[in-house]
Every structure is written in structure tokens, then in C-alpha cells.
Design a protein around this ligand. Structure first.
Ligand code: FAD
Length: 514
């Protein structure tokens, strides 16, 4: 594990090192009017310490990038939204040595049954060593990712809302809500669906507004469980979503359609829940003593651009969609892993010219596809006769292994293939966690570097060895001679020719060291 100290890097300077060492307020700019010091004190400022921001901070720290995360809230979120980490995210956790920690706090469940909640088991032989779903509360994921980022040396400042910024040729001046200014070389908006960064950037967010809104919360109830269960199953015939589920210690998780679409950020009240429960179930089940209350809509929107100059967007700041299929957090964490090493390469000075742009060319279509599959799932969840007929038909079709496999590979993101040009099917896909002579492949990716896996024992990464590791292993369970993996685990090259390999090392990892 890296030490939390900042090591020498192209952009570091003595005063920045001192700021961190004395624990002052690092990165504060003197007012430009009073003789500006425009030297960036950070390489990257991240707005938002949700799962995307925390994961990105950790990925950047793997490359000694000086990172500051600014989080508007003073305390971590408390509402227990149980989310599922799908297969690709679990693989990423394994790739960064985080999976065991996640497993301690979650429950493994079968991977199938998530597309529009159609109850079909996953097909046999999914191409992953981690072919399950991990049910785990979102606050736990956020805490573990934040701890991981901090352990790697990221700074997190809470109670700091990004309120404005200006970018120029050298960097970005970020202004906080209290007027404090900070300077960095890049800014990434990981500040959620209502992203301030995206709005200030003027990036369009086209799509559909919410048509429905749902209230969600945890509270106690005043009637016996049997009475609730009977009523709930009757109502669910005609109202999706609706549930009251026991959550332990007398607390129930309650989900009920809202009266209308308010599109407000503020949480609903207990009275809102009581009123809606009465309207739909004819009783409010005596709900009281709420632990937390929240609302969410089904708006579906995708940012037109993920990057404008030195400012980028990731996670919900770049895409929002209904929670069907449980994909949003997964998508954001995967954005972070795609972006992290590319932005680090820019900061460290070895990025090939177009590398950072591949963040958008690779991730925008992936989000587009997720938005589409959630649109389809929402239709399939409708209680109208037409969509119910389509649902019955799709349920039948899912008995065909290929259909079921296609849908599950979509939801779990293991079917993604980035367009790296002509080549074998493996090119552009992620490689599963195969066994190698040192154990598991993903164990070799903890440091976020590239990896040459060479069954021929003839090839070398040569001048790229400061960025790319290599493992010669004729016994590796691969049906191709060699693969070059990017730090995100996607296959950047397949072959056995040194010159061809060198060309691809240049393409992804820049010029070799002298
Ligand atoms: C009911 C429900 C169930 C869900 N279930 C799943 C699931 O099973 N699986 C799944 O993958 N996803 C699920 N999601 C989606 C998931 O919760 C989101 O996609 C995920 O939280 C996005 O992470 P993020 O870090 O991009 O954004 P957020 O989690 O929204 O984090 C953004 C952070 O930025 C901070 N912030 C905002 N503005 C500023 C500012 N100006 N300056 C500084 N900080 C700021 C916020 O306080 C917040 O901490 C669900 C969502 C809902 C509503």
C-alpha cells in the first residue's frame, strides 16, 4: 500500500508539500486581486465524495496524483439504500484489493433476476470468478471507498460545497460556497444528479423528466406483520413500486408512490408517507418514528459531454436513470476506474495525446446503453395490460440461454466491449480473474498499472516498465499467446509480436522512458 505522503511528481512544488505537512488549509489561493499565486496546489479537485468521487480519488492516488475531494455534506449519508454491487464492480473491487472488505459487510445473492425483476436464475457458466450479486448498504460502500482513498493519501474536506469555478490554460480555480478559492490542474464533478459542476459548465443534460416519483424511508409500524404482508401483496398486483418490508428491530423499509412529481431535493415528511399509504392501501399502517425519509424520481438524462477542457464529469453528474436493475452506483464506480488512470497519465505527463478523450468515447456509449435498458425495464414494470403482455413474452424468451445471458451481461456490465479497432473478440473486453502462477490475475492489478501477461516468455515491456508490469507465465489460463491489460483490466492488445506490442504500448502508455 502506498504511504499517505505525497511523493515527488511533475507538478509538485515545495510550498504545496509544506501545506500538507503542516496540516494548514492546503490549496487556498490568495485572492487574485491581491497578487495572485496561480500555481495549482492540487492536481485534481473532485467535487463530491459519493461512491464515484471516492473511487476516483483512490484511483488517482495509486499514481501519486495530489487529490482533494470537496464534499458539501458535513457528515456521511445516513439513509440505508441497499444497493447491489454487480459482477463487474465486484471484479474492480478484487482488482484493487477491496473485495474482502466489501464481502464482510454484504450478503452474496444469486446474480440473476435483476432485469425488470423478472425472476429467472442466471445462466450457468457466467464468465467471471465473481458471478454473484453483493447486497450491501450504500453508506457502507461509501465509507469503505472513502477510507480506501484516504489510506492512499487523498484529502477529503467535508462541509465544502463547490459553488463556482473558472478554467484557464494551466488549471481551474474552484470557488467554495463560503468564497474560499482553491486551485488545481483539473476539476472532476462527481457531485450527483443535480451536479453544480455540470450546470456551471453549461453542458446539456437532455433526456426525459421524471414521470413518477417514489417515497422511500425507514420507520416503525403500528400493526402486526401478517396484516401488512397480506395487504402489500394485494396492492403490488396493481401498484409498482409498493412495499413495507421488515428491516429488523421493528423497523420497516417503506416504498410508496408519491402524490405527484415535485422534483425537489428536500426529503419528504412522515405526513407525506401517511397520506400516500392511506390513499393507496386505505391505511397508513400506523407508521411512526422515521429513521430517514427520501424520494427519487425516474428521470433519465445523459450529459452531452463528459469533458470541457480541464473539467470532467463522472457518475450521476453525467447520467441519471431510474434505479431498476440497480446499476447507477455501479456505473459511476466504473466511470471512475476508466477515468482515474487516464487523468493520472495527463497529470504525470505521459498520456498519449488522445488518451483523456477516450474517457468520453468509451463511457458515454456505456451510459447510453444503461439508460436504454432502464427505459425498457420501466416499461416492463408497468401494470398496464400492453406492457404486462410484453413482460410475459420476455419472461418466456428468457428461457433461451442466450437471451438470459445477454440481459445479465448487460446489467452486470461484463458484456462491455470498448471499440479499440479491428481485432479478436477479446480486444476491448475486460479479462476475467484467471489463475496465474502467482495466484489470481486481479491480485497483480492492485497498483492500478498496466500488465503484460505473456505466455510466450519472449516479450518485454521494456521502456514502459515504470507504468506497465509484466508476468511471463506459460501456464496462464488464456487461449491467446499474450495480452496487454490496461489499468482498468480491459484488453488493449492480443498477440505475440514485440513490435506490435511496442506500438500498442505507445498507443496506451505514451512514449517509453529513456
Ligand atoms: C432507491 C434507489 C436505489 C438504488 N439502488 C441502486 C443499486 O442497487 N445499485 C446501484 O448501482 N445504484 C443504485 N442506485 C443509484 C445510486 O444510488 C447512485 O447512482 C449513486 O449514488 C451515484 O453515485 P455518485 O457518487 O455519482 O453520486 P452521489 O451518490 O449522488 O454523490 C454525490 C456527492 O456529491 C455531493 N455534492 C453535491 N453537490 C456538491 C457540491 N456542489 N460540492 C461538493 N459536493 C457536492 C453530495 O453531497 C454527494 O455526497 C439507487 C438509487 C436509488 C434512488
Amino acid at each position: 500500500m502506498h504511504s499517505p505522503q505525497f511523493t515527488a511528481e511533475p507538478s509538485s512544488n515545495d510550498s504545496a508539500e509544506r501545506d500538507f505537512a503542516v496540516g494548514g488549509v492546503p490549496g487556498v489561493l490568495r485572492s487574485p486581486a491581491s497578487g495572485a499565486d496561480h500555481t495549482p496546489r492540487f492536481d485534481v479537485i473532485i467535487a463530491g465524495c459519493g461512491p464515484t468521487g471516492a473511487m476516483l480519488a483512490a484511483e488517482l492516488r495509486l499514481h501519486d496524483v495530489r487529490v482533494l475531494v470537496l464534499e458539501k455534506e458535513t457528515q456521511p449519508k445516513s439513509f440505508v439504500r441497499i444497493v447491489g454491487l454487480h459482477i463487474r464492480s465486484l471484479e474492480l473491487m478484487a482488482m484493487r484489493g477491496l473485495l474482502d472488505r466489501m464481502l464482510e459487510h454484504g450478503r452474496q445473492r444469486p446474480a440473476g433476476g435483476f432485469f425488470a425483476a423478472i425472476a429467472k436464475p442466471a445462466p450457468k457458466g457466467l464468465d467471471s470468478a465473481h458471478a454473484y450479486l453483493l447486497g450491501i448498504p450504500q453508506p457502507v460502500i461509501e465509507r469503505l471507498l472513502e477510507e480506501h482513498a484516504i489510506a492512499l493519501g487523498a484529502r477529503v474536506r467535508r462541509g465544502c460545497a463547490v459553488a463556482g469555478f473558472e478554467q484557464d490554460d494551466e488549471g481551474v480555480t474552484v470557488e467554495l460556497a463560503d468564497g474560499e478559492q482553491l486551485r488545481s490542474r483539473y476539476l472532476v464533478g462527481c457531485d450527483g444528479g443535480r451536479s453544480t459542476v455540470r450546470k456551471l459548465l453549461g453542458v446539456g443534460f437532455p433526456g426525459e423528466p421524471s414521470r413518477t416519483e417514489t417515497l422511500m424511508g425507514e420507520m416503525e409500524v403500528g400493526v402486526p406483520q401478517e396484516e401488512i404482508a397480506a395487504k402489500v401483496s394485494a396492492i403490488r398486483e396493481t401498484h409498482q413500486p409498493f412495499w413495507l418490508r421488515p428491516f429488523g428491530e421493528g423497523v420497516y423499509s417503506v416504498v410508496v408512490p408519491a402524490a405527484g412529481v415535485s422534483d425537489r431535493a428536500e426529503p419528504p415528511t412522515l405526513e407525506d408517507f401517511q397520506q400516500q399509504l392511506r390513499a393507496i392501501a386505505g391505511t397508513d399502517f400506523g407508521v411512526h418514528s422515521p429513521r430517514w425519509l427520501s424520494r427519487f424520481g425516474d428521470a433519465t438524462r445523459l450529459a452531452e459531454r463528459y469533458r470541457v477542457g480541464r473539467v470532467l464529469l463522472a457518475g450521476d453528474a453525467a447520467h441519471i436513470h431510474p434505479p431498476t436493475g440497480g446499476q447507477g452506483l455501479n456505473l459511476g464506480v466504473q466511470d471512475a476506474v476508466n477515468l482515474g488512470w487516464k487523468l493520472a497519465a495527463e497529470v504525470r505527463g505521459w498520456a498519449p495525446e488522445t488518451l483523456l478523450d477516450t474517457y468520453q468515447t468509451e463511457r458515454h456509449p456505456v451510459a447510453d446503453d444503461v439508460l436504454d435498458n432502464t427505459r425498457a425495464q420501466m416499461e416492463l414494470l408497468s401494470t398496464e395490460p400492453g406492457p404486462r403482455a410484453v413482460r410475459r413474452l420476455l419472461t418466456e424468451l428468457m428461457d433461451f440461454d442466450e437471451v438470459n445471458r445477454h440481459l445479465i451481461e448487460k446489467i452486470t456490465a461484463i458484456g462491455i466491449r470498448y471499440d479499440f479497432g479491428e481485432g479478436p473478440d477479446l480486444l476491448g473486453r475486460r479479462l476475467r480473474d484467471i489463475e496465474v502462477k502467482q495466484g489470481h490475475l486481479y491480485g497483480l492489478l492492485h497498483r492500478g498499472r498496466g500488465l503484460l501477461l505473456d505466455r510466450t516468455e519472449r516479450l518485454t515491456v521494456g521502456g514502459w516498465s515504470d507504468r506497465v508490469d509484466q508476468l511471463a507465465d506459460p501456464t496462464a489460463r488464456l487461449d491467446v499467446p499474450c495480452v496487454l491489460l490496461r489499468p482498468d483490466g480491459h484488453v488493449a492488445w492480443v498477440g505475440d509480436d514485440q513490435q506490435d506490442l511496442d506500438d500498442h504500448l505507445s498507443r496506451w502508455f505514451g512514449k517509453p522512458a529513456d
